[in-house]
Unconditional design. Structure first.
Length: 138
């Protein structure tokens, strides 16, 4: 195992320009697309599990909850968790991050990305998540 010198993306986000954030989010989408296209789900996609180096190179870390899966539900859950992490931790940059993430993801996944994103919408519409959003907006 190699030591990666850097910081958690979560801790560096406020220091980055919008262009840097867009590029990083796009790259993350590509990386997750590569994982998913190879039947791997990360299981804990958050900005705390991304290391960013001094030259803005990013690395996904902590594959402790990862699994092999080609199930669209599992891919959707992976992205849903990432979206929730962004919405709760980086709310002011959520659109910039998620739009660019999805572009990168689609670049790798192609037409299958649409199916995964539909599954994400379905997951987000399930009772427990709708109730949580209603409570937060009260």
């Amino acid at each position: 195992m190699e030591f990666i010198k850097g910081s958690k993306l979560k801790d560096k986000m406020n220091e980055l320009t919008d262009n840097e954030i867009a590029r990083i989010a796009h790259s993350l989408g590509i990386y997750v697309g590569i994982l998913h296209s190879n039947g791997i789900v990360h299981g804990d996609l958050t900005t705390s599990n991304v290391i960013i180096t001094d030259n803005n190179q990013i690395y996904l870390i902590d594959f402790g909850l990862s699994a092999y899966s080609n199930d669209i539900e599992d891919m959707g859950v992976d992205i849903h968790l990432f979206m929730r992490a962004i919405e709760s931790t980086h709310y002011d940059k959520r659109k910039l991050i998620l739009d660019n993430f999805m572009k990168g993801y689609t670049r790798i996944m192609g037409d299958k990305a649409r199916t995964v994103f539909e599954k994400v919408r379905e997951i987000r519409s399930r009772g427990r998540y709708v109730k949580e959003r209603a409570i937060r907006s009260s």
